[in-house]
Design a protein around this ligand. Structure first.
Ligand SMILES: C[S@@+](CC[C@H](N)C(=O)[O-])C[C@H]1O[C@@H](n2cnc3c(N)ncnc32)[C@H](O)[C@@H]1O
Ligand code: FES
Length: 453
């Protein structure tokens, strides 16, 4: 059974540097061109495109096979795509100049390549070489560092509509030779292109990394650049058992705080609608947003329920950022900010919803027990506490991002970590909450919810 008239398998296999592959020969651009052309000609219901791994013709990629006929095309460039789509998919005529018409020769080529590959693999294994994937994982920091340095220098903005290395270096106040090396690497990473010495942003870089774009992420990504510094101390932190560069929130520089809250605000843009839907804003008159940061969650809850009033408790340096967002949302009447220390202060009483998003991971188990007792005191009878965080499975080895986030807290806090649902449940029950449950959300965070009877 074939639900589509044509089913196209196109190889996008990546291989080690220097080894021929469809990916190295530009399959990414061919796939993009195929998607666009199929869409533009209204053939999405007729032609199904599936990206796949190697087909054994790696030196002649990009390769694709069209079923039901089983036509193998090789060396397919973006320029060939309109002809294939029109001739083959619309008119049913195979594009002979790109098709492999001799099936015996095709079979032999694939077998020969497979044998060559197996010999190379055995030689590599016998020599005790690290597998490519593992080697790649170990070196991934280089690519990350290249992008973060370019962001720190705001180089994508300096490249703008197009610039030579010397022009970009002059704008960034950097060394021209070193800048060219960095820009060349960014081309290899697919974030810039280079023609006749002029560098240009690729669409993805133009969207996220060039100032003035609606989705400009550089200010928020400076938080990741700051985390890089902390992560460099991981070995020392593992020896010491805690952060070796710890700075309490109020002691951090303004630049650090701005980038941190900008990053939180961007995340919240995606998470807040999911959280509001899962928690429900109906019936919530008073909300307390513990460590409310940019105010994004209070704003989302207030928009979902016109009767809801929220109070954001945070450190003094963060409140002006929250106030700006609240003003912009036109919610100054219903969302208040309060300076306070969530590690110590009483929170008041009578809240229908006590919300703590991305807070518990900063704190040690004992600090969380204490925090949740104060949350319980703040909740009205029938009121709920809702924790949003990266929740680990019982043995703490998954999900991967939560295990990495635990280390992010090791390098950045005195006693923070990621915690399991069992730990949250025990603390919430100990604080007096009932009907404690985990609400799984799509994406990296979950909710832990408890009710005060
Ligand atoms: C990871 S952010 C989460 C922000 C927000 N809840 C969200 O999910 O987007 C942690 C927040 O806790 C605040 N914070 C950290 N230590 C605090 C303290 N001792 N007292 C009050 N707020 C604190 C930070 O300023 C920051 O806004
Ligand atoms: S990498 Fe595409 S056919 Fe081998």
């Amino acid at each position: 059974m074939e639900p589509f008239q044509y089913h196209v398998f196109i190889c996008d296999q990546k291989k080690a540097e220097g080894v021929p592959s469809c990916s190295a020969r530009g399959s990414g651009k061919t796939i993009e061109a195929l998607r666009k052309e199929i869409g533009a000609r209204g053939l999405m219901d007729k032609v199904q495109l599936t990206v796949c791994g190697s087909m054994g013709l790696c030196e002649r990629g990009p390769n694709m096979v069209v079923y039901p006929e089983g036509i193998w095309y090789s060396n397919v460039t973006p320029e060939d795509v309109p002809e294939i789509v029109q001739s083959h998919f619309q008119q049913g005529r195979v594009v002979e100049r790109l098709a492999n018409t001799d099936s015996a020769a095709l079979y032999n080529e694939i077998r020969t390549n497979r044998d060559k590959f197996l010999v190379a693999q055995r030689a590599k294994d016998a020599a005790g070489m690290l597998p490519d994937d593992l080697n790649g994982q170990i070196r991934e920091f280089m690519e990350s560092r290249v992008i973060l340095t370019a962001l720190e220098l705001d180089l994508f903005t300096k490249v703008g509509e197009g610039a030579t290395a010397a022009e970009a270096a002059a704008k960034a106040g950097t060394d021209p030779r070193a800048t060219e090396m960095l820009l060349n690497a960014l081309v290899a990473l697919g974030l810039l292109s280079k023609h006749n010495g002029t560098f240009r942003n690729t669409p993805i870089a133009a969207r996220y990394f060039v100032a003035g774009s609606k989705d400009y992420a550089q200010p928020a990504l400076m938080h990741t650049a700051h985390l890089w510094q902390r992560w460099s101390t991981l070995t020392d932190c593992v020896r010491a058992g805690s952060s070796v560069t710890y700075q309490a929130t109020p002691q951090r520089s303004e630049e650090w705080t701005q980038a941190f809250i900008a990053a939180m605000h961007r995340n919240a843009g995606e998470r807040a609608p999911i959280v509001v839907q899962a928690v429900g804003a109906e019936g919530v008159g008073r909300m307390l947003d513990v460590g409310g940061g940019s105010g994004a969650y209070s704003i989302a809850f207030a928009k979902a329920n016109p009767k809801l009033r929220s109070e954001i408790l945070d450190v003094a340096a963060v409140l002006p950022i929250a106030q700006k967002h609240i003003q912009e949302a036109g919610l100054a009447e219903r969302i208040q900010t309060r300076e306070g220390d969530l590690r110590r202060d009483g929170f008041g009483a009578g809240y229908d919803l006590v919300f703590a998003s991305a807070i518990c991971h900063m704190l040690s188990p004992d600090e969380n027990r204490d925090l949740l007792k104060r949350c319980h005191a703040a909740a009205a009878p029938g009121g709920r506490v809702v924790i949003q965080d990266f929740v680990l499975e019982s043995d703490k080895t998954a999900p991967k991002f939560a295990t990495l986030f635990a280390l992010n807290m090791l390098v950045g806090t005195r006693g923070g970590s990621a915690y399991s649902a069992e730990e949250y449940t025990a603390w919430l029950q100990e604080a007096g909450f009932q009907d404690v449950r985990r609400v799984r959300l799509p994406g990296p965070t979950d909710l832990m919810v408890g009710t005060r009877r």
